[in-house]
Design a binder for this molecule. Structure first.
Ligand SMILES: [Zn+2]
Length: 171
């Protein structure tokens, strides 16, 4: 048994952990809003080895001008979610949104509009029928879900780093 010796290596992982039900809820939200992007806030605890998501709160996408490829959460809604989270003893640990008919990879705009250094940005790719098969009864389907940790020290050197998601069995 190794106690502490591999802590440094574990830090490099900076994993994002969540229960299967939360993972499914994030993906379902992306299907519900298709062909528009969904968005929401991830609440939980930030720990040395990464973050744990205990709640995934849907938010309204205020980018109605271009909801198919942009997302935005209003400052008022973010403050309200933050206050309610604190009341429940939780912190914001990240954000999520979907990419209708695009892969679950961050875009240039995603990086430009991300300002929470050290937080997780989860992206789900949602494909419409033409992409995954006309015969299926569903109009769209969540394909891949990836997490990216916004790293760096500020706006000048911020970057997204791929962050493993560990989906845990529900307890
Ligand atoms: Zn995006």
């Amino acid at each position: 048994m190794v106690l502490g010796a591999n802590r440094f290596d574990r830090n490099l992982d900076r994993m994002l952990r969540m229960a299967q039900a939360k993972f499914d809820a994030i993906r379902r939200h992306g299907e519900q809003t298709y062909p528009h992007e969904c968005c929401g806030v991830l609440l939980g605890h930030r720990e040395e080895e990464g973050s744990i998501v205990l709640e995934a709160w849907p938010a309204e996408n205020i980018r109605s001008d271009a909801a198919h490829n942009r997302y935005g959460i209003s400052a008022q809604e973010l403050i309200r979610i933050q206050q309610q989270a604190r009341g429940g003893g939780l912190d914001i640990v990240g954000f999520y949104h979907s990419h209708p008919d695009h892969p679950a990879e961050w875009s240039k705009t995603d990086l430009e509009e991300a300002h929470w250094i050290g937080y997780s940005y989860v992206i789900t790719g949602v494909n419409g029928k033409a992409e995954y098969g006309e015969a299926d009864a569903l109009r769209c389907r969540a394909i891949e879900t990836n997490s990216f940790l916004l790293s760096g020290t500020g706006e000048e050197d911020k970057r997204f780093e791929r962050q493993p998601i560990e989906v845990m069995a529900d307890v």
